[in-house]
Write a protein that binds this ligand. Structure first.
Ligand SMILES: Cc1cc2nc3c(=O)[nH]c(=O)nc-3n(C[C@H](O)[C@H](O)[C@H](O)COP(=O)(O)OP(=O)(O)OC[C@H]3O[C@@H](n4cnc5c(N)ncnc54)[C@H](O)[C@@H]3O)c2cc1C
Length: 411
């Protein structure tokens, strides 16, 4: 039986490891942090998992968070045009906003409890080559910053050479939850400045409000993405409050000004993401190859909430191909890797192109779609639902003609 090494126990690595384990393959998982270290770490993201991802985790037997009290099925949008436009879309299937400090350690422990081999190690490029000597295939799923030199950027699939947004994400206090259930996801667009997202987030301490600010460089939201809470907590909280009051009216109406602020010093991140598509495989010598999966292969800005969802889709597709190759007794050679690379690109391309386009000023036809959604509930629901189905969303938004025909068919 072939042996597979997976480096990185994030969304991509864990979904792949659990899937291959379920298929009876010999998998070893190399990760530099223990589950407890992941739990105790800094907020890494504010991930919302879509219905297809939730279906995949059910199939893997790791759907531990299924109750209605954690499900988000309402999606409210407000655009600060003059006059403002807005609508509420209803998801047919519920999304799960969950702290990766809750999610990843649990799946990591599931893999180990089912007999999976786990090695605590920080693997560098030489280490990947070393693993290739002992395994038939090495899958590298180290996220957007790990081992990137192994997999060159594909320029023609990577239109942005620099971050298009500065980011702040954090868990906050002093913000009343919107009435529910169901939980509600809010998307507030402030033209020229960026976007503020609010969701109710399942953390180790229960369901709490969280915010993601996508700041356009040079706009009024950028300063909060460059401040460090540790330097001056009161100043930080004041700046965050100001951003919310000025640019997020749906959130501002539930703020308690006296107590509003960051929940804790580890409960936020600031930074920026350069969207990139890299080659999905690299030769390691001796006829062995490394595959890149998840953010390492394709990094998305979080603006459309696709990164983790696409990482699980990629893991699913890779697991199917790896299992098929193993059961055929065939080698994980260059032809296998090249075929998988194209299969992954076919599947992930709509999410990538849609996300990269969404980072640009909205074209007239995108604004026309939002305006149509504010007048028509079926359009609003379809727009909200299609965040879970980027192929459908991008098919509608990729040209003015497609958008017009979609609006006409729903009006
Ligand atoms: C603010 C923010 C909000 C987001 N919101 C969403 C959202 O709503 N929906 C969505 O789908 N996506 C979202 N994303 C994107 C999502 O977080 C990523 O796409 C996803 O985490 C990628 O998973 P991954 O497995 O590729 O990498 P990661 O989750 O980064 O995992 C990589 C793992 O590899 C380990 N590792 C790294 N280097 C090494 C090494 N050298 N040796 C051993 N181990 C190593 C790390 O410790 C880590 O455990 C968001 C991201 C951010 C920043």
């Amino acid at each position: 039986m072939p042996t597979i090494a997976i480096v990185g126990a994030g969304m991509a690595g864990l979904h792949l490891a659990l899937h291959l384990q379920k298929e009876g393959l010999d998998v070893s998982l190399y990760e530099e942090r223990t589950p407890d270290e992941i739990r105790a770490g800094r907020l890494p993201s504010t991930v919302g998992l879509s219905a297809p991802t939730r279906a995949r985790q059910r199939a893997l037997g790791v759907a531990h968070w299924e109750g209605p009290e954690v499900a988000t099925s309402t999606f409210q949008i407000r655009v600060a045009t003059e006059p403002p436009l807005g609508f509420v879309g209803h998801l047919a299937d519920q999304a799960l906003f969950i702290d990766m400090r809750v999610y990843l350690p649990r799946l990591f422990e599931d893999f180990a409890a089912r007999g999976g081999r786990v090695v605590k190690a920080s693997i560098d490029a030489a280490g990947v080559r070393g693993l290739a000597a002992e395994h038939d295939l090495v899958v590298v799923a180290t996220g957007r910053a790990g081992l990137t030199d192994l997999f060159p950027r594909v320029a023609e699939r990577s239109p942005h050479a620099a971050p298009q947004r500065r980011l702040f994400a954090g868990i906050v206090r002093g913000l009343r939850m919107p009435p529910g259930p169901p939980l509600k996801f809010m998307f507030q667009l402030s033209p020229g400045h960026g976007e503020i997202f609010e969701n109710q987030y399942l953390t180790l301490g229960g369901v709490v409000p969280s915010l993601l600010i996508e700041a356009i460089p040079g706009g009024a939201l950028e300063p909060i993405t460059r401040m460090r809470y540790e330097d001056d907590p009161a100043r930080f909280d004041a700046a965050l409050l100001d951003a919310v009051l000025t640019h997020a009216p749906l959130t501002a109406e539930r703020v308690d000004r006296a107590s509003f602020g960051l929940a804790g010093p580890r409960d936020y991140l600031i930074g920026a993401v350069t969207p990139v598509v890299r080659r999905a495989y690299a030769p390691l010598g001796g006829g062995r190859f490394a595959l890149a999966l998840g953010d390492l292969h394709i990094t998305h800005d979080p603006i459309t909430g696709q990164g983790a969802n696409m990482a699980t889709l990629a893991a699913w597709l890779a697991a199917e191909r790896i299992t098929g190759q193993a059961s055929a007794g065939a080698a994980f050679d260059e032809a296998f890797c090249a075929d998988l690379e194209e299969r992954l690109w076919d599947a992930l391309r709509p999410a990538t192109e849609w996300t990269n386009a969404f980072l640009l000023p909205p074209p007239d036809h995108a604004l026309a779609l939002l305006a149509a959604a504010s007048r028509s509930q079926p359009v609003a629901d379809a727009f909200a639902r299609n965040f879970s189905y980027p192929d459908r969303q991008w098919a509608i938004l990729s040209s003015p003609e497609a958008t017009a025909s979609f609006i006409a068919s729903h009006a």
